[in-house]
Write a protein that binds this ligand. Structure first.
Ligand code: PMP
Length: 354
């Protein structure tokens, strides 16, 4: 820390992103990226936009917002685009949390929530997940705080049904409920339709996973027009050109290629079912995942050791050291070939440990 660093950030512990190593080529199953390239339409439109990079991007994101409104069947003033859903989340903390509206979220969830809370000086409370890693919905009823829930949750992959999300939203009419649907396209139920009924619901989605655009950084929020206006107040006070031209064009292309999107989501779900089955045959416990990753442990193979051994064998997965998470690894669903390499490697490693 320099002697100039503001005291208000003195104790800030930044989010730790998954490794992006350059030392060798890994089978990379650690950051929930898509195994498929972006759609051809997305790539073509993004490339064409490169010629116009001397000009600022459209701060109103008009083309992309119109395409999304049509795709989702909702009015344009209910949508805001941002530089990844991380930015939408940060803007939500800035806009809807303060000392009178502290944040509440599960103790096991996306690791960025406490970081955004700290960054913005927002008091927060965490609620323990049940022993089986499910959310106890009753813990989030009438809480009088800004609620943040990832649905499906991370790193568990477990999803709550829409009816349970609605109970939480309905019981907290005077607080914003943020539902982070980064992984919803892999088997979850989106709460976007509920945003027409509840003015306190903000749903956040991303193009990073199901639309193969993690490197483009594109996320969006859906809510009632007043919530979206508040987020825009924060956005225009931070960085109105937060979505760059090439990303905006890629987003339009991705939305125009619905068939490709659906095919890829189906393939990931099929590969997930295959991988879960293979891991179970090998004695692993696998939580019920509605995401493009699984959370898995083996009573005979400590999580940190499996992580290390897989890395030595050229496979990267994500290991978290928090006490309840330590036995587990979070493994992204890659291509069928990548998952075959994973399973064959685990078989070999387990054989060697005998
Ligand atoms: N929410 C959750 C639950 C996530 O796991 C991630 C991915 N790390 C994000 C949001 C952020 O995604 P994006 O790439 O859109 O910023």
């Amino acid at each position: 820390m320099s002697r100039f660093f503001s005291e208000k950030y003195g104790s800030l512990v930044p989010y730790t992103p998954g490794e992006q190593p350059k030392d060798q080529k890994y089978v990379k199953l650690n950051t929930n990226e898509s195994p498929f390239p972006p759609s051809l339409k997305a790539r073509r439109l993004a490339k064409a936009e490169a010629d116009k990079l001397k000009l600022y991007s459209d701060p109103e994101c008009r083309d992309l917002t119109a395409a999304a409104a049509e795709y989702l069947g909702i009015p344009k003033d209910r949508i805001i685009f941002n530089n990844g859903s991380d930015e939408t989340l940060n803007f939500a903390f800035m806009a809807f949390c303060d000392k009178d509206h502290p944040a509440v979220f599960p103790d096991i969830t996306y690791g960025f929530y406490p970081v955004f809370a700290e960054l913005n000086g927002v008091p927060y409370e965490t609620v323990p997940l049940r022993e089986d890693f499910t959310v106890n919905v009753d813990d989030f009823l009438n809480v009088g705080k800004t609620v943040l829930l990832a649905n499906p949750n991370a790193p568990t992959g477990i999803a709550l049904p829409l009816s349970e999300i609605e109970r939480i939203v309905a019981s907290n009419p005077d607080n914003v409920v943020v539902i982070d649907e980064a992984y919803v396209d892999f088997g979850g139920e989106s709460a976007i339709p509920l945003t027409e009924k509840y003015d306190n619901l903000l749903v956040i989605q991303t193009f990073s996973k199901s639309r193969s655009l993690a490197g483009a950084r594109l996320g969006f929020g859906v809510g009632c027009p007043a919530l979206i206006r508040d987020l825009n107040t924060v956005r225009y006070s931070t960085n109105p050109y937060n979505v760059n031209r090439m990303t905006m064009a890629a987003g339009v292309g991705a939305l125009a290629d619905q068939e490709y999107f659906e095919k890829n989501c189906k393939t990931v779900m099929k590969t997930r079912a295959w991988t879960v089955n293979e891991l179970k045959k090998l004695g692993f416990t696998v939580l019920d995942s509605c995401a493009n990753f699984i959370f898995t442990s083996d009573p005979d193979y400590p999580g940190a050791e499996l992580y290390r051994d897989l890395k030595e064998n050229g496979i990267l997965v994500r290991h978290f050291t928090a006490p309840r998470l330590d036995p587990y690894n979070r493994i992204t669903i890659g291509s069928r070939d990548e998952m075959k390499i994973l399973i064959d490697t685990i078989k070999k490693l387990k054989e060697e440990r005998k």
